[in-house]
Design a protein around this ligand. Structure first.
Ligand code: ZN
Length: 333
């Protein structure tokens, strides 16, 4: 009994009414238990102000309502998956998770009325389903993407011709650069000469770079010396270390008279860079033939400074570190 009634019950009339009030209590309780809306939230008389529909809910969620004729189901489809309503039951599922509607679902005109509280619960479950699906998609995308490189390649990332990329079988210490001292030529011609005239196994060099006379200007030809990784025959008698551990590159041309072509120099830089990266060869070990023996090879017009990775000397190395890199040759042919 509430406190406001107590003064009333203390009066004479109040005491007389008390048994009648007590007698009414079971009746009030019975009324409550037989009320079909017992336990429901309060509803105003005008249903349009509290009820919504599956179609309106679908529009709110940016999804599509699909009525399947001849079935007892209505489906909302969208980013959260599917919301399924089953006619004549309270069953609603949102992305496979079951919810209980507060009233029995009654389909009509390919739609179904929903209490606001149900619409709110369904919306909430839908938003959670959208989040779950988006998280799953992100995880799948992350799994499909290649992992970021854990570290830079230890010896740089110079790209060479596929035929340069053979398994290394020797400890390559350096690169020795030659000229052919002929106007033209190519791998096949030098190979024939070295076999037939010098009596060698094959052409003495690992690589030949053509100058347009005997082969396309700038073309790099790879000899079997390199592909089979056997010792070279280019440094000269008594220079076994250079034949065994220095890569021999021959540019076609006579550079005692003229410069190599711009395309030959570009190809040479690319090849030298590749070999340095691949074999871990320092600039100091990129040399010309005349640096190691008494010869003019590769001629006074051959510009070694334009080949080295960092240009000439420490200032060149500084320029490379600061991003300036190798400059193009200042002179053409
Ligand atoms: Zn030479």
């Amino acid at each position: 009994m509430g406190a406001p009634f107590l003064p009333f019950l203390r009066t004479q009339g109040g005491r007389r009414l008390l048994p009648a009030l007590l007698a009414l209590l079971p009746l009030l309780a019975a009324c409550a238990s037989t009320d079909p809306d017992a336990g429901r939230t309060w509803q105003p008389a005008d249903e349009s102000s509290w009820a919504t529909t599956a179609r309106a809910l679908a529009a709110d969620l940016g999804a599509t309502l699909v009525a399947e004729p001849g079935t007892r189901t209505l489906v909302i489809e969208g980013r959260g998956g599917r919301i399924l309503f089953l006619d004549g039951t309270r069953m609603v599922t949102v992305d496979g998770q079951r919810l209980e509607a507060s009233t029995t679902l009654q389909f009509g005109d390919g739609d179904v009325a929903l209490a606001n509280e149900d619409a709110v619960r369904i919306s909430q479950a839908w938003k959670e389903a959208v989040s779950r699906r988006e998280a799953r998609e992100r995880a799948l995308a992350a799994a499909a993407a290649p992992p970021p490189p854990s570290r830079a390649p230890p010896r740089g990332d110079a790209v060479g011709d596929p035929e340069w990329n053979v398994p290394l079988k020797r400890d390559w210490e350096g690169i020795l650069i030659h000229h052919s001292a002929t106007e033209g030529g190519n791998l096949a011609k030098f190979d024939k000469f070295h076999r037939e005239v010098n009596g060698w196994l094959m052409v003495g060099y690992d690589f030949i770079i053509c100058n347009g006379d005997g082969g396309p200007d700038g073309l790099v030809q790879t000899s079997e010396r390199w592909t089979t990784q056997i010792q070279g025959a280019h440094a000269g008698k008594g220079l076994k270390r250079y034949n065994d551990h220095w890569v021999g590159i021959c540019l076609v041309g006579d550079f005692s008279r003229e410069r190599p072509t711009a395309k030959q120099m570009a190809s040479l830089r690319r090849l030298v860079r590749y070999l340095q990266d691949r074999c871990g060869i320092p600039d100091a070990n990129v040399r010309t033939h005349r640096d190691v023996r008494d010869t003019d090879c590769p001629g006074k017009h051959f510009p070694l400074g334009e080949v080295l990775r960092a240009g000439a000397g420490p200032r060149g190395a500084e320029a490379l570190r600061s991003g300036a890199g190798l400059r193009a040759s200042p002179r053409g042919k």
